[in-house]
Design a binder for this molecule. Sequence first.
Ligand SMILES: CC(C)(COP(=O)(O)OP(=O)(O)OC[C@H]1O[C@@H](n2cnc3c(N)ncnc32)[C@H](O)[C@@H]1OP(=O)(O)O)[C@@H](O)C(=O)NCCC(=O)NCCSC(=O)Cc1ccccc1
Length: 336
Amino acid sequence: MADKTNSGGHLAAVRTPEDIEGERRFNAIIAADSRIEPRDWMPEAYRKSLTRQMSQHAHSEIIGMQPEANWITRAPSLKRKAILMAKVQDEAGHGLYLYSATETLGTDRDTLNDQLLTGRAKYSSIFNYPARTWADMGAIGWLVDGAAIANQVPLCRASYGPYGRAMVRVCKEESFHQRQGFEILLELSRGTDSQRKMAQDAINRFYEPALMMFGPSDQDSPNSQQSMAWNIKRFSNDDLRQRFVGMIVEQVKVLGLSLPDPDLRYDEESGQWLHKELDWDEFKRVVSGGGPCNAQRLARRREAHEDGAWVREAAAAFARKQQDEQNRQDQTAEVA
Ligand SMILES: CC(C)(COP(=O)(O)OP(=O)(O)OC[C@H]1O[C@@H](n2cnc3c(N)ncnc32)[C@H](O)[C@@H]1OP(=O)(O)O)[C@@H](O)C(=O)NCCC(=O)NCCSC(=O)Cc1ccccc1
């Protein structure tokens, strides 16, 4: 889109023939439920909203490593330790994958990272709660990864190609994560009284925060409508939350444990499980920085970023060396 100064001295956007054709093509792709690729024309608002959602998602994966990483050294067996380490590494991979996908929209990684480190970017509220016991590793896997899957499976069909494709791979790994979490809880639920209590206590603490991962209720969700019109989101926040509750209500029976929800009931008319009203004041507090671990999570991330400075410098020096070598070979080839 070209800018032109109008008679009042203000900048007015002038639509070029390329913009008009680009918009026509964009609308046709969305209407056909097909995919937009990085080099395609897209409205600035689409680019901005995707950059917002995808970068928040990437940040969540990276910050989300912390609650579980804290338990790697305290895992109860070598097998559990190896599994947990693999899971945390997977989350790192998801973050990097998502940052790369976000970069295809035109914002570079340093800028995205800066937004996170300066506290300007959001990441999922769930990671601002502490992981107090080993059973929390079970509850995080079962409920947090479970909610992530319920939310992300529809995103595999997101209209932006790099995001949808990233989600396919991410969801496969999250399924393994959810199962390992469920299995931790299953083993604890079949253990001693105190192990059962520990499992129930973890579910009690993570149930409501996990439901909040789906975002505010539909009437308070400013982005949903447009995002669904663009085929980025396929279902509303409340629909997905409802669907998730329907899944875990069955699974918790296998554990012989319960969900801490006195209002939970099956509604014959809608065929859905209805849950209690969530504490949206708490949600707002946690999203705006006032959760139990927000300060700690960001401080740790900044520290890790500073600790990694030498790796970035070494990688940049290596890349320069490779480039110099390539230039030298090109010059030699030209002379010959
Ligand atoms: C559903 C939603 C999160 C929000 O819907 P939208 O249509 O985008 O927004 P909406 O208008 O409804 O909300 C208004 C404002 O509130 C923000 N907000 C809402 N909810 C939250 C929240 N819970 N926490 C913090 N902020 C929240 C929202 O961004 C918006 O802010 P903005 O207007 O930008 O200032 C969507 O972005 C999405 O599907 N994202 C992709 C999935 C994803 O990010 N998954 C990450 C977790 S899974 C994982 O990491 C795996 C893992 C497991 C275990 C261990 C380690 C890793």
